[in-house]
Write a protein of this length. Structure first.
Length: 239
């Protein structure tokens, strides 16, 4: 299998970083010394995800997110998770590390949502229209970063209505509707940023999924929430 090599320009956030000394010596000690962090975070250039670059340590990512005022939700051995909102939709920011080097990051919905379309619209406004697709998901890429965005229905709430939309009837000018009347669908969204070097490596191993952590599997969209159907008055069932 060949690695994805499509080149797609997208907007980068360019700026000057600075150090918050109040972050604490314990975290600074994780990457050696203060001067190294100060130099790396203050360099001018393009970032790969938010205000971070591939290869950043957990301590460097924490400083970057602290500067942006993002609230830390969970810190694990190889993962940092933050709470955020995109297009007024609650979402998790996930950073994944190997040997304390950032290699995958992105956004995951914490639970099924009704307004997933807003995230897709926000991505299109931020990155432009995708030129390529993988497994039904939108793809943007340059030499350093591959970006993948996809969504899937993961929860359906049904009433006892026996009707469905189909005919335009007397309103042929109405917007197209699909599904059953009285049915509410919710979806999960995956918006992943991947270090192209790591992505190329995955195409050189026999079982690439084995190389991924739990959150990386979710960001790669190979691990999805089990779809559930809730029938009002009858409870919730796997689909």
């Amino acid at each position: 299998m060949q690695a994805y090599n499509g080149i797609r320009g997208f907007k980068h956030i360019i700026g000057w970083g600075a150090i918050l000394l109040a972050f604490g010596c314990a975290n600074l000690g994780e990457i050696g010394n203060l001067e190294k962090i100060r130099h790396t975070l203050s360099e001018e250039g393009d970032y790969h995800f938010r205000k971070t670059r591939w290869g950043y340590s957990q301590a460097m990512v924490e400083i970057s997110e602290q500067k942006q005022g993002t609230r830390l939700f969970s810190r694990k051995e190889n993962t940092l998770i933050y709470n955020e909102r995109i297009a007024d939709v609650p979402i998790k920011i996930v950073y994944s590390f190997e040997n304390d080097r950032l290699r995958v990051a992105g956004y995951l919905t914490d639970k099924p949502i009704k307004n997933a379309k807003q995230i897709h619209e926000h991505a299109a406004e931020t990155l432009g229209e995708p030129r390529d697709f993988i497994s039904g998901g939108s793809v943007w890429a340059d030499y350093m970063t591959l970006i993948y965005l996809n969504g899937y229905v993961s929860h359906i709430t049904k009433s006892r209505s026996g009707f469905q939309f189909g005919s335009p009837g007397l309103l042929p000018h109405q917007k197209k509707r699909e599904g059953t009347a009285g049915e509410i669908t919710r979806a999960d969204v995956v918006w992943a940023y991947v270090d192209q070097n790591f992505f190329r490596h995955l195409h050189e191993v026999e079982d690439p999924v084995y190389e991924l952590t739990y959150y990386e599997k979710r960001l790669f969209d190979v691990l999805r929430r089990q779809p559930m159907v809730k029938c009002l008055g009858f409870g919730t069932f796997p689909q």
